[in-house]
Design a binder for this molecule. Structure first.
Ligand code: ATP
Ligand code: MG
Length: 279
């Protein structure tokens, strides 16, 4: 458990201050979706030692939208996610979650708690624990009170875990140690762990890297099923996967949006062909 806390929410229960512990039991900030926009980036610029990774980037994601982000290596896709999650502070520009939550003034844990979940490429699952226990642990870290981590599960909580197991197609694997899952199944489990925290916006950076074609297509189905209730921003190089997702596509190039539209229209955009698809 201690290892879990340290790894997943970045705190050591023995060392963290009491204020920090109650921070997680605090009420969620209210997400104002009155204009139907869940994420709004305006003129975001990020430089690393004089190199401009993001250059006046503008992006708006609607509530419930499934947005795909493509673009060449080094275009700034991961840096954009770092800005949204508070890992990197922009030099200039604004980043809003809904109408009123200014992401540039929140810490990484505050942003996660506000409802933005991020999936990293390397899953942070607990291999020796069962699939069910992984989801249970992920749910409980969101409950705040440290003592509740050791409380018995209620019926509602069991139902939520069962629903999530079905959603990520691991309902027949619930009792298996997570370490025995396939690469693709481990990725789904980590997505399930994110879902247990009930994020409003999910950021997924190259989620199908290393998956089989079949796992890739199943992942597309999963993401399509999550859209609506959640908003998703998916970065990928796999065009068959992007096509299957069917969402609006933004093409990043040298830190800005070069083109935006459905996949067909951006694939036929001469500028996109030159910098990315034509390579
Ligand atoms: N912490 C950092 N320090 C210095 N340069 C960085 C840092 N993070 C990113 N960069 C540079 O910023 C640019 C954008 O990187 P980023 O990782 O955002 O690209 P990307 O679009 O995600 O590429 P890929 O498709 O290869 O994942 C790259 O040139 C990268 O080397
Ligand atoms: Mg990247």
């Amino acid at each position: 458990m201690r290892e879990f806390l340290r790894k997943v929410i970045g705190i050591d229960p023995e060392k963290c201050s009491p204020e920090y512990r109650v921070g997680y039991s605090g009420k969620r900030r209210t997400l104002d979706l009155s204009h139907n926009v869940i994420l709004y980036l305006e003129d975001i610029t990020v430089s690393f030692d004089g190199f401009t990774a993001l250059n006046k980037l503008n992006l708006a994601i609607d509530a419930g939208e499934l947005r795909c982000i493509i673009g060449p290596n080094g275009a700034g896709k991961t840096t954009m996610m770092d800005v949204i999650t508070g890992k990197t502070r922009p030099d200039s520009g604004t980043a809003f979650f809904g109408q009123s939550i200014d992401l540039t003034h929140l810490s990484e844990p505050e942003i996660a708690h506000a409802g933005i979940g991020r999936k990293f490429q390397k899953p942070t699952i607990f291999e020796q624990h069962s699939v069910f226990e992984n989801l249970e642990l992920a749910m409980k870290t969101d409950k705040g009170a440290y003592t509740s981590l050791f409380a018995e599960l209620g019926d509602d909580e069991r139902d939520r875990i069962a629903d999530t197991l079905r959603q990520i197609r691991l309902d027949t694997q619930a009792e298996r140690p997570a370490g025995l899952l396939s690469h693709g199944q481990k990725q789904w489990l980590e997505i399930g762990m994110l879902l247990m925290q009930e994020p409003k916006l999910l950021l997924l950076d190259e989620p199908v890297a290393g998956m089989t074609d079949d796992e890739t297509m199943r992942t597309a189905e999963l993401f399509v099923s999550l859209a609506g209730k959640h908003s998703l921003v998916v970065v990928e190089h796999d065009m068959a996967f992007i096509k299957e997702l069917g969402g609006k596509v933004s093409v990043l190039h040298e830190g800005s949006v070069l083109a935006e539209g459905d996949l067909d229209s951006v694939q036929n955009d001469q500028r996109v062909v030159e910098v990315y698809l034509g390579r």
